[in-house]
Design a protein around this ligand. Structure first.
Ligand SMILES: Nc1ncnc2c1ncn2[C@@H]1O[C@H](COP(=O)(O)OP(=O)(O)OP(=O)(O)O)[C@@H](O)[C@H]1O
Length: 255
């Protein structure tokens, strides 16, 4: 039995004639909280879609939760990037989630899962409100509940903090951290909002100059590595025992 949530060798991801990145060797341990980082357009969303079996890639092998990736896997959940059109849903979450009941799960069991997932995101008061009337942050919490319905072992999150105020950003990260630490869910999270996550990631995937690189958070979340990744001066500082990222965008050293 493998203890890897994702493993790959000689992996290349392209769109049309454009190569997004190559990676010799990838091994994400089960239970990890992985930050997926890189500038705009480097291929983070495409990488997550590949793990869902929605995007073709070239590889020697690519397994997700011990199964070939192209077969798909019901134990993988996905929270897509919030885009303006995502919220045009007149249904409330409670009704919407009931539409997604798998055939092998009874109505009663499914309702229990819905109640549990909504409770986990503290969304009880929102679940009967039409989705298209929710604020961005409320909508995002319920979409996170949706991602929990199938009791995932691997949770793929694409910029989950977009549109959230600072307080809700930190609260959502605590919630995701709870799924990872207490429920043992492996989390891979693409984000440009580093501060709320920087003390939680256990490992990091960096996409830079068409290479996908993996390392421990302590090794890669450094001032030098992040400055090179985003082409601007960034400083990782420690304050009251916690790390913080500070930007100096007016510097002319990285252009
Ligand atoms: N269906 C498609 N056809 C052609 N090009 C695409 C397609 N989908 C995405 N791309 C391009 O592939 C590149 C990678 O896109 P992707 O959405 O994976 O980037 P990203 O790293 O998630 O970016 P961001 O941080 O801006 O969300 C982008 O340049 C994008 O324009």
């Amino acid at each position: 039995m493998t203890n890897l949530a994702v493993s790959a060798t000689d992996l290349s991801l392209s769109l049309g004639h454009r190569q997004l990145f190559h990676c010799e060797h990838l091994a994400i341990e089960q239970g990890a909280f992985v930050g997926l980082l890189g500038g705009n357009g480097v291929g983070k969303t495409t990488f997550l879609r590949m793990l869902l079996g929605l995007q073709k890639a070239h590889y020697h092998h690519l397994d997700v939760l011990g199964k070939p990736c192209n077969e798909g896997n019901a134990a993988v959940s996905y929270l897509p990037q919030l885009k303006a059109h995502s919220s045009r849903l007149a249904l409330c979450a409670d009704s919407l989630f009931q539409c997604w009941r798998p055939r092998h799960v009874s109505r009663k069991q499914w309702q229990q899962r819905i109640d549990y997932a909504i409770d986990q995101v503290n969304g009880l008061s929102l679940a009967k409100q039409a989705m298209d009337t929710l604020s961005g942050g409320e909508y995002q919490r319920l979409m996170l509940a949706q991602a929990l319905l199938n009791e995932p072992k691997l949770l793929l999150l694409d910029e989950p903090l977009v549109g959230l105020d600072p307080n809700r950003q930190y609260r959502l990260v605590e919630l995701i951290s709870h799924f990872q630490q207490d429920l043992g869910v492996t989390v891979i999270c693409s984000t440009h909002e580093l501060n709320p996550f920087i003390n939680h990631f256990t490992s990091v995937l960096l996409i830079h100059e068409q290479l996908l690189r993996q390392g421990k958070a302590t090794e890669l979340l450094t001032s030098d590595t992040l400055s090179e990744l985003y082409h601007c001066h960034l400083h990782v500082i420690t304050h009251h025992g916690r790390q913080h990222l500070i930007a100096h965008p007016d510097s002319d050293l990285y252009v």
